[in-house]
Design a binder for this molecule. Structure first.
Ligand code: NAP
Length: 205
């Protein structure tokens, strides 16, 4: 990745550089946070928004998803006090199924000069072509994949991507939920505020 590539893709806009890191965040964990922080630093972003999905339509039916209000509260706890990372409830306020194209449209309506960067992990990036109106997403934002070590994600969809290498943190929301089910601690895998919240709300147990 070079800064030249970034500027080449987004030369039309000159406002804040905003990273859009969307997720179900059920629950958020240090893998999410390290990806967001690395994207913030490497791309020189003003802010990375962790956008909490209201209804992640590709996951509906697979398992029960925690209420959006709980997932939002956990992400707020996860980033509390960390400059450069903010939580967005734009998809929750909009309600219904969460399509990133709608989210980017809403963000640009609020801040027309903003340069948007959609940040995705390997698996999410590999599935990008299945997204609703993904061509619109690619028009409104620069696409960024945070690449874990190993084989790079094959992305052959005709769009240009920026790749940022991040450390391998073999951790997933699925694993955290399973640990709670098994009565094992999730401390140090997610910030203390998240641990406290999911205990208080008795999530996943
Ligand atoms: P998630 O499971 O909560 O993950 C959020 C992001 O964190 C993903 O990009 C994920 O990449 C990444 N991640 C997870 N564990 C990681 C780790 N250990 N290290 C580094 N990165 C890690 O959220 P999701 O349900 O996949 O949703 C991702 C976003 O895609 C959401 O904003 C969703 O709305 C959007 N989406 C949009 C559409 C559409 O039609 N517009 C369709 C599908 C998804 P990995 O996937 O690689 O784990």
């Amino acid at each position: 990745m070079t800064v030249g590539q970034v500027d080449g893709v987004t030369s039309a806009r000159r406002g804040r550089r905003i990273g859009v890191f969307g997720g179900t965040f059920d629950p958020p964990h240090i893998g999410h946070l390290v990806a967001a922080i690395d994207a913030h630093q490497v791309l020189g972003l003003d802010v990375v928004l962790l956008v909490v999905a209201n209804a992640p339509w590709q996951k509906l039916g697979e398992r029960s998803i925690s209420p959006a209000a709980d997932r939002l509260a956990m992400v707020e706890a996860a980033v509390a006090g960390r400059l450069g990372l903010e939580v967005s409830d734009v998809e929750i306020r909009r309600g219904g199924l969460s399509y990133t194209a709608d989210t980017l449209t809403a963000l640009l309506a609020e801040e027309p000069d903003a340069e948007l960067f959609v940040i995705l992990g390997n698996d999410a990036a590999a599935g990008f072509a299945t997204w609703e109106r993904h061509e619109e997403v690619a028009e409104m934002a620069t696409l960024v994949v945070v690449d874990r070590p190993g084989t790079p994600t094959p992305i052959d969809d005709g769009f240009s991507w920026i790749r940022i290498d991040i450390p391998e943190l073999e951790i997933s929301s699925t694993e955290l939920r399973q640990r709670v089910v098994d009565g094992r601690s999730v401390e140090y895998l997610t910030p203390p505020g998240v641990v406290a919240y999911l205990r208080e709300r008795d999530l996943y147990s």
